[in-house]
Ligand binder design. Structure first.
Ligand code: HEC
Length: 143
């Protein structure tokens, strides 16, 4: 146990560094592409309305959505339904999906098939407009 302690701490530290690095890379990539899409306007202060980036969205999905919808998007019993393949994802545009994710779906919503709430932003209120667009793009790309 005394040997395991420091090793485990080191491993966690390393994992954190890798995660942080991957996250910064994804944000950097998103920022670059987003700025090009916004064609030079002062994008940082404007609400994000551009196309999402599926690769960055995959990271966000893993952190904020997979706990209910499954890391393979097949859904998890009693938590969240299947998102790929999904008629709902196919029939809605990226921005319609983004609006849905923003709001979630109440348990008593007539469209709710599981009678379980999807909280707004899947319960991750820190997700910004660009994150939501990215995750919506990821869902569209996963069909
Ligand atoms: C706490 C669990 C939970 C989390 C986290 C969660 N969802 Fe959901 N989600 C649900 C539930 C429950 C439903 C409603 C299922 C139903 O209508 O039967 C749902 C529905 C959806 C739907 C509609 C699917 C359909 O067929 O109508 C989409 C799209 C969706 N979620 C995307 C996401 C995204 C993207 C995230 C991450 C930002 C996310 N969800 C996070 C529980 C969750």
């Amino acid at each position: 146990m005394t040997i395991d302690g420091p090793n485990t701490a080191e491993t966690i530290k390393l994992r954190c560094r890798i995660t942080l690095f991957a996250a910064s890379l994804a944000m950097l990539l998103g920022a670059c592409v987003g700025d090009v899409a916004a064609s030079g306007s002062s994008a940082s202060t404007q609400p994000f309305t551009g196309m999402g980036q599926p690769v960055a969205g995959g990271q966000i999905y893993g952190n904020a959505c997979s706990s209910c919808h499954g890391s393979d998007l097949f859904g998890l019993d009693g938590l969240g339904n299947q998102l790929a393949p999904s008629e709902f994802v196919m029939l809605n545009t990226q921005s319609e999906l983004a609006n849905f994710i923003e709001q979630g779906r109440a348990a008593d919503d007539p469209d709710n098939t599981m009678q379980i709430e999807m909280p707004p932003k899947g319960g991750s209120p820190w997700l910004n407009d660009r994150d939501i667009a990215d995750v919506a793009a990821y869902l569209k790309a996963s069909q």
